[in-house]
Design a protein around this ligand. Sequence first.
Ligand code: FES
Ligand code: FES
Length: 155
Amino acid sequence: MSKAEISLTINDEERRVYVRYADTLLHVLREELDLTGAKPGCLNGDCGACTINVDGDPMKSCLMLAVEAFDKKVTTVEGLKNTPIQTQFIEKFAFQCGYCTPGFIMNCHALIQKYPNADDTVIKDWLESNICRCTGYQEIEEAIKAALPNYQQGT
Ligand code: FES
Ligand code: FES
């Protein structure tokens, strides 16, 4: 199958890469660009382990073709070093095996950017797109609340 060279903007860097038209962004990030933070889980959009951020929105990179990312701003968990949510995941021990953690951090980071006043209801709704098999969601919710600039208790 033929490949095409495309330019992707990832974590504020331009990266040139040869991709097949059918390659998912998850595959290209991990196998071609050595960005292994996004994890393969279900590969069908259910688990959220592969979540990245595209133009400000959380996206499941197993459902997106790499060529669709052309001309968009992509952020992976490698680009979120020392952000409030990354720090709070560590502070609140919001992980066990850690396999799902990059996806959760990406999703929670987007929540904080979009809804700095999020309450409990918004947080619970937002977390439904990601699945963790081994830690409690309570620690993850605590990490979000600690990282939210204007957290409001829900009613
Ligand atoms: S691997 Fe993408 S949602 Fe599960
Ligand atoms: S911490 Fe292990 S799957 Fe979530």
